[in-house]
Design a protein around this ligand. Structure first.
Ligand code: HEC
Length: 140
């Protein structure tokens, strides 16, 4: 009986050892996940770069912004920003940087809450929304 058990135990120990080694080899080193985090972070330089790019091709940007607005924002802000569950965006003299910041961080008025959009849209996409909202300033 002893002869049968001993090899079994040896194999079990060996198996655990191998699993442990594999787990250590597969687990990503702390460094990698750190640099990943940094990559996802949005620096002011990246935001400025995205702004310049988006404003330099404003026709395309407004069109993209309008499309996205109609998909995501219209539910609360109404058709062409005519208002609804939030203040209307038409006929307003809104500052581009204020618009970008507000879209990025979200906004709250009383019990009405707009979530932040930073996770859903990258800087370029948010600037495109800004260019579209700016076109609404001519409307009443
Ligand atoms: C769930 C409803 C909701 C959605 C969806 C929503 N918003 Fe808002 N938004 C609000 C509320 C509430 C406010 C703050 C109160 C207000 O301005 O009426 C606000 C404020 C704003 C403001 C500031 C307006 C001001 O007068 O200062 C901007 C700009 C804006 N939203 C843009 C957007 C954009 C762009 C989207 C789509 C990506 C969007 N919102 C989607 C509810 C929403």
């Amino acid at each position: 009986m002893r002869n049968l058990i001993n090899p079994f135990i040896k194999i079990t120990v060996l198996a655990f050892y191998l699993v442990g080694c594999t787990a250590m080899a597969v687990a990503p080193p702390a460094e990698t996940s750190d640099s990943k985090k940094k990559k996802a972070e949005e620096t002011p330089e990246m935001v400025a770069e995205a702004k310049a790019k988006v404003f330099s091709r404003s026709d395309v940007s407004v069109a993209n912004g309008e499309k996205r607005f109609n998909q995501t924002c219209v539910y609360c802000h109404g058709h062409q920003g005519s208002g609804g569950k939030a203040r209307k965006l038409q006929g307003r003299d809104l500052d581009p940087d204020y618009l970008f910041k507000t879209i990025t961080r979200g906004k709250k008025r009383g019990s009405l809450i707009m979530p932040p959009w930073k996770r859903s849209f990258n800087a370029e996409q948010r600037w495109e929304l800004v260019t579209y909202i700016l076109t609404l300033s001519e409307m009443k």
